[in-house]
Design a protein around this ligand. Structure first.
Ligand code: FAD
Ligand code: NAD
Length: 483
């Protein structure tokens, strides 16, 4: 057996990454940029049997969902909002097959792009299953079943996550489906049930609602979007209600039975037992780390009580040269969080500086209005006991938002009373996911609300809403009444 500390030969690498999703593939590219020899292993297969890199994000998550959100929003706007601009459209129809074809084309282009990036960077792509053995050896099983044992100085585990199944409503395609099934629906269901009013429930519920489905969302918790700032959550709820998303809170699903081509769902809420019949039921109650057959017991890798690979602040597993990144380790299950961990680990391996600032990871929900935040919610700041001030600016007062006819929502800045440090920024409104980047940068540099106040923002832009919200925190907004 070759000594893994001194890799040599075709099957020895400085770094092997197991998992080529948005955590693993950037780790592989950065490691190669750092002049290390790298292989990236991924076993993903799409429904058509194609083996590709990109993981959940590119194949069944971020990218396909954003493609459908865009198509469905354009359809909705053409039907409901163009008239106010004086644009007359008649006979608007949605061609679902074309919508899905466009989506598939985007995924193909982007997953193929990873292979091109690997080629350019000098990463060895290996399509198949990877399993960490003792001593930083990795058993690689290609899709044709052939096996090789590889060795590496460093192994990065980036195996991602999978949807959680609900015992009272187990998956039964094509009726009871997960988010991937909901992305691939070939037709608009007349009645769509969604279990879980989280990020997936709201995004995919919005897609099919805009395309004409009657959508009922059953959420177990009594509060809507409990993870978000509650002022923002209440504003969001109001708009979703207007759009016809029927969100039922405090709903505990007790059963789901497929009968006669439909799904009969039973649940309990504050009023007792309830029934709901839908044509398709999406279960989106969260995701769990995926580590099946990823490592042998003697590899030394350990899982925590929730099934995540145990790692420290720097993604070290505690076993020399073995690291864990992305959805399979603690922290928010977000592509950009995994990417940052990936490049950080690849830099640490190369002896460079690297650190993930977990305090400023932005969250975005790509609904309309869009929702985005970074840092603490007002509820969290209040609970911390720190004195604070808030500034809110409504998009109704933004000239650009008015021109766009997208005036729903607001930008909100929360800053500390003692030193004016920005503690959290919450935006609901047009392009919130783009606008939040400025707040992330500000917080990354520990900016004060005064720093935002003194930064010149182009007029008329949506970004002025953030500027004015920062001014409003000191009751100095120019374009609103500072309430
Ligand atoms: P994954 O993307 O899950 O990739 C892991 C890869 O490892 C997979 O390809 C898997 O096949 C492979 N693998 C696992 N085990 C092995 C093994 N033993 N051998 C070989 N290969 C293996 N996040 C955002 O930030 N923004 C969004 O807009 C967003 N939208 C989403 C929408 C949906 C519908 C879903 C489901 C998720 C969304 N997410 C979004 C979450 C995002 O997709 C995940 O956080 C992200 O994909 C995690 O990246 P990862 O690399 O850790 O894991
Ligand atoms: P989530 O954690 O966002 O939401 C799950 C929701 O289901 C929660 O509101 C929870 O209270 C509810 N729930 C849990 N058990 C339930 C039950 N038995 N009955 C009814 N409701 C129940 O999870 P998700 O929406 O499945 O998304 C999974 C992950 O994917 C998330 O961590 C998210 O970060 C990521 N994601 C991100 C984006 C984005 O960044 N835009 C988009 C989609 C998914």
């Amino acid at each position: 057996m070759p000594d893994p500390a001194t890799p040599s030969g075709a099957d020895s690498f400085d770094v092997i990454v197991i998992g080529g999703g948005p955590a693993g593939y950037p780790a592989a590219i950065r490691a190669a940029q750092n002049k290390l020899s790298v292989a990236c292993i991924d076993e993903w297969k799409n429904h058509d049997g194609s083996a590709v890199f990109g993981g959940t994000c590119l194949n069944a998550g971020c990218i396909p969902s954003k493609a459908l959100l865009e198509s469905s929003e354009l359809y909705h706007r053409a039907r409901e909002e163009f008239a106010v601009h004086g644009i007359k459209v008649s006979g608007t129809e949605m061609d679902i097959a074309q919508m899905q074809k466009r989506k598939s084309g985007i995924l193909k282009g982007m997953t193929g792009g990873i292979l091109a990036l690997f080629k350019g960077a000098g990463v060895t792509p290996l399509l198949g299953h990877g399993k960490l053995l003792a001593g930083r050896r990795v058993e690689f099983t290609a899709h044709d079943g052939s096996k090789r044992t590889l060795s590496a100085r460093n192994v990065i585990l980036a195996s991602g996550s999978v949807p959680i199944e609900l015992r009272s409503a187990p998956f039964k395609a094509p009726y009871i489906i997960d988010s991937w099934g909901a992305l691939d629906l070939p037709a608009v269901p007349k009645r769509l049930g969604v279990i879980g009013a989280g990020v997936i429930g709201l995004e995919l519920g919005s897609v099919w609602r805009r395309l004409g489905a009657e959508v009922v969302v059953l959420e177990a918790l009594p509060d809507f979007l409990a993870i978000a700032d509650q002022q923002l959550a209440q504003e969001a709820r109001r708009h979703f209600k207007k759009q016809g998303l029927d969100i039922r809170l405090g709903a505990k699903v007790t059963g789901a039975a497929v009968a006669g081509g439909a799904v009969d769902v039973t649940y309990t809420d504050g009023k007792g037992e309830q029934r709901l019949t839908v044509d398709r039921l999406v279960v989106s109650i969260g995701r769990r780390p995926y580590t099946q057959d990823l490592f042998t017991a003697d590899s030394g890798v350990q899982l925590d009580e929730r099934g995540f690979i145990k790692v420290d602040h720097s993604c070290r597993t505690g076993i020399e040269g073995v690291w864990g990144i992305g959805d399979c380790v603690r922290g928010p299950m977000l592509a950009h969080k995994g990417k940052e961990e990936g490049v950080t680990v690849a830099d640490l391996i190369a002896g460079r500086f690297g650190e993930v600032n977990y305090k400023v990871i932005p969250s975005v929900i790509y609904t309309a209005p869009e929702i985005a935040w970074v840092g603490l919610t007002e509820e969290q700041v209040k609970a911390s006991g720190r004195e604070y001030k808030t500034g809110v600016f409504p998009f109704l007062a933004s000239g650009r938002a008015r021109g766009m006819e997208q005036t729903a929502g607001f930008a909100k800045v929360i800053a500390a009373r003692d030193n004016d440090e920005i503690l959290g920024v919450h935006i609901i409104g047009p392009m919130a996911g783009e606008l939040i980047a400025e707040a992330v940068l500000a917080m990354e540099y520990s900016a004060s609300s005064e720093d935002l106040q003194r930064t010149i923002h182009a007029h008329p832009t949506l970004s002025e809403a953030l500027h004015e919200a920062a001014l409003a925190a000191d009751k100095r907004a120019i374009d609103s009444l500072n309430r």
